[in-house]
Ligand binder design. Structure first.
Ligand SMILES: [Zn+2]
Length: 384
């Protein structure tokens, strides 16, 4: 490796390579580059196949990780005068320790974890935290739960900033604005993966894409088919290389996420690359040659006050062609408009995405299953 371009001659790694190397050389795998006595922390990610992969950190890796977290918290306006409620899972999950970054910044930290909603709302009411971090689905769910319990998140709670990660919602303006209105708070999207850091990139106050911690991580955006770099402004697979990690350096790690790198410098003055996350390659469906992401559908469904914002996409094959149905819910009191709202969703999807769903059904509010943490809104009948 002599020049930056030489990186392209290195092979890729991905989740499968990680898992295979771990199974081939128990327990930590042969991609670990330091003796075990230098490893101070491992997180584990379950993944769909059930074999958890471990992500090891040396003391220095862990400190670098928390410095990045501190900086990202600072970027969204966290200061030592803030009270921070960390509402991410602490069990094995790499997002758990992110709270240390907030603590190092000087904020008063409450290690909430995944408490039941009533308990979390009680803590929010009692101890008046000003910032919290959860998933977008859960932020939405918790706001609605609060209202059901007679608590108005806008006036009865002190939360003024919500950090979200784990799903694309935080980068979908319609979803972000709906959650912001529910809480009267600013919503910021962060992006992380267990293989590198709890959070590797985060929004700044401009809320236009996420700045990557480029002093720690190198970004390539590649065509998933040809593996050639795509131009800035065009979507491609995010491939990451760690620059400082000691315990398990990652070279050209294929994240499986489709992102677009924004070509313009950010108005905030930060010079690190910004990208927008479109969604997982695995969740992308190709209908009549058009790439469709659940996030495209979400943009439509969350952009109309007559709908609750909940949705479910069902994908299936009909006469060898891929089709998809969309189910939505009418907002309370708008049931009589179900037909018109379904038509609206259908034509908006056609306008925005370029293809029409086979069927759109509008159910009464509360029909579709609510998920609390990571929402599963795509049902693929081809896999069942
Ligand atoms: Zn910025």
């Amino acid at each position: 490796m002599r020049r930056l371009e030489d990186l392209r001659r290195f092979p890729f790694t991905d989740k499968k390579v990680e898992r295979d190397r771990q199974l081939a050389a128990p327990d930590l795998g042969d991609m670990v580059a330091v003796p075990e006595r230098d490893i101070v922390f491992v997180s584990a990610s379950s993944g769909s196949t059930g074999v958890p992969t471990l992500s090891p950190f040396t003391k220095k890796d862990f400190d670098d990780f928390q410095n990045v977290e501190s900086r990202q918290f600072w970027s969204v306006g966290m200061r030592p005068t803030d009270r921070y409620l960390h509402a991410l899972n602490f069990s094995l999950f790499v997002g758990g320790p992110d709270v240390i970054g907030a603590q190092n910044l000087g904020a008063l930290c409450i290690w909430g974890g995944t408490l039941p909603s009533e308990r979390l709302l009680y803590i929010m009411k009692q101890f008046k935290p000003t910032i919290t971090w959860t998933t977008p689905s859960y932020a939405w769910h918790l706001g609605e739960e609060a209202l059901k319990h007679g608590i108005d998140p806008r006036s009865d709670l002190a939360i003024r900033k919500i950090i979200v990660a784990g799903e694309p919602g935080g980068s979908i303006p319609e979803t972000r604005k709906a959650i912001e209105a529910l809480w009267r708070a600013d919503l910021y999207d962060f992006y992380g993966l267990s293989d590198i850091f709890g959070s590797c990139a985060g929004m700044c106050p401009e809320k236009e894409g996420l700045h990557l911690a480029e002093d720690n991580i190198l970004l390539e955006v590649l065509d998933p088919e040809t593996q050639e770099p795509v131009a800035d402004g065009k979507p491609g697979e995010m491939v990451l290389t760690t620059l400082l990690k000691e315990a398990r350096p990652m070279i050209r790690f294929r994240t499986g996420d489709i992102v677009t790198r924004l070509p313009e410098p950010c108005a905030c003055g930060r010079t690190f690359s910004r990208f927008v996350v479109q969604g997982r390659i695995d969740d992308m469906i190709i209908v009549s040659g058009v790439n469709v992401f659940p996030s495209d559908i979400e943009t439509v469904v969350r952009g109309h006050a007559g709908l609750t914002g909940e949705y479910r996409i069902t994908v299936y094959e009909e006469e060898r062609l891929l089709k998809f149905d969309v189910e939505v819910e009418t907002a309370a009191g708008r049931e009589h408009e179900a037909g018109a709202l379904a038509k609206y969703v259908e034509s908006e999807i056609k306008v925005r995405v370029g293809v029409r769903p086979k069927l759109v059904r509008a159910h009464p509010a509360g029909t579709l299953p609510r998920s609390t943490h990571k929402a599963k809104r795509l049902v693929d009948l081809r896999k069942s």
